[in-house]
Design a protein around this ligand. Structure first.
Ligand code: G3P
Length: 212
């Protein structure tokens, strides 16, 4: 499974840039980065080899397409994040036909994920955390999408998004999701276990007693 970082902060990306497989941003994350938008995207794309998702803000297909064409010119690894909806799906069809990769975002149902795949989206982003926040089952959505995509051989890759904790990542991996995009705080936790820290401490203490 590939791990993307869900952030627009250059400092946070720098910490993991040699380990992660891509980046996802959204307007909220870009607002937190507090830098001129294009400058921030260009800087991130130059740092990261993998795909960098950048979201359009237009609400009609035509507007999304022209915004996407402009964003795609920033760097070769830009992936256009398109909000789910009839206009979004129209834009995805057009952009993928032009060779501009898309990531259908704000997906909360298997039917929406089916439309994204039918339109030929490169990626789909189901938001598991926001579903769990409302007492739903985000991981059930992932397993339904995986089954639908397998039934028809769709090539669209699933980015498990809105990740809140390590368990989301582990469950996504157990189900066989292609990618999880994780906030930096969760990315750090993926490496750690208290028994690892304790083990290192004990080995180092014992190493001091080894005759040299
Ligand atoms: O980037 C999309 C998604 O990961 C947002 O997560 O935490 O705002 O639900 P969150």
């Amino acid at each position: 499974m590939r791990i993307f970082l869900d952030t627009a902060s250059v400092e946070e990306i720098r910490e993991f840039v040699d380990l992660i497989d891509g980046i996802t941003t959204n307007p909220t994350l870009l607002a937190q980065a507090a830098k001129p938008f294009r400058e921030a995207i260009k800087e991130i794309c130059d740092m990261v080899e993998g795909p960098v998702s950048v979201e359009v803000t237009a609400l009609d297909a035509e507007g999304m397409i022209s915004e996407a064409r402009e964003l795609a010119r920033i760097a070769d690894n830009v992936v256009i994040k398109i909000p789910m909806g009839t206009e979004g799906i129209r834009a995805v069809r057009a952009l993928e036909a032009e060779g501009i990769p898309t990531n259908v975002t704000l997906v909360f149902s298997p039917a929406q994920a089916l439309w994204a795949a039918k339109a030929g989206a490169s990626y789909v982003s189901p938001f598991v955390g926001r579903i769990d926040d409302r007492a739903g089952d985000g991981m059930e959505l992932i397993s339904q999408i995986l089954l639908i995509y397998e039934n028809y051989g769709f090539k669209t890759e699933i980015i498990v998004a809105s990740v809140r904790h390590v368990r989301h990542v582990v469950e996504a991996a157990l189900l066989g999701a292609h990618i999880a995009t994780v906030p930096p705080a969760v990315a750090k936790k993926l490496f750690h276990h208290p028994l690892t820290d304790e083990g290192i401490k004990r080995f180092l203490a014992d190493w001091e007693k080894v005759p040299r």
